[in-house]
Design a protein around this ligand. Structure first.
Ligand code: PRP
Length: 185
């Protein structure tokens, strides 16, 4: 296997060990907070959250279900209108259940804001959010984050589920993409 860092990556922001340590801490905190509560359902937001959710869920010590939702935002990376489109809904109903939304990154906040609004309308027993990365400099709408992994600067990050043009999602670390890569063309 080739473990070389791709040329498109300027630097590693969060290495594998740093991510693993923080994910363990989040899992411990969530396990403590949901101890004794019935029917916890983790909702992973596709595609970006698939690796974070897999690592987090496997370290929870409380019983839980796993479901997914897929969204797409219009005009990503540009002066975003904030319009979010639902591509695939969860398979199970969340009504009366303890819902934890699991997201890879909070950028403008439009996606999580949309998710909180649609799930709130479905009357869950509780509704919280767990986000691995937050870019506070990019925020356009304030949203509630209950569990946060890391705050990061306003750079394009890839790896650990995050992509550029659907590439780099399976890098084991989170790296900053070279500016030339996403500004050309
Ligand atoms: C990313 C990320 C969040 C959203 C955050 O998804 O996974 O869902 O953007 O951005 P926001 O706070 O500005 O709304 P993306 O649309 O890139 O899709 P993907 O997860 O399939 O890569």
């Amino acid at each position: 296997m080739n473990n070389a860092i791709p040329a498109a990556i300027e630097q590693v922001l969060l290495d594998e060990r740093t991510i693993a340590r923080r994910v363990s801490e989040l899992a411990a905190q969530i396990s403590a907070d949901y101890a004794g509560l019935d029917d916890l359902v983790l909702i992973g937001v596709l595609k970006g959250a698939f690796i974070f959710l897999a690592d987090l869920a496997r370290q929870l010590t409380v019983p839980h279900h796993v479901d997914f939702i897929a969204l797409s935002s219009y005009n990503k990376g540009t002066a975003s209108s904030g319009a979010v489109r639902l591509i695939m809904d969860t398979r199970s109903s969340v009504t009366g259940r303890n819902v934890l939304i699991v997201e890879d990154i909070l950028d403008t906040g439009y996606t999580l804001d949309y998710l909180l609004r649609i799930f709130r309308a479905r009357n869950p027993a509780s509704l919280r959010t767990c986000v691995l990365l937050s870019k506070p400099a990019r925020r356009r709408v304030e949203v509630q984050v209950d569990y946060l992994g890391f705050e990061i600067p306003d750079v394009w990050v890839v790896g650990y589920g995050l992509d550029y043009a659907d590439l780099f999602r399976t890098l084991p670390y989170i790296g900053a993409l070279r500016k030339e890569v996403y500004t050309r063309g």
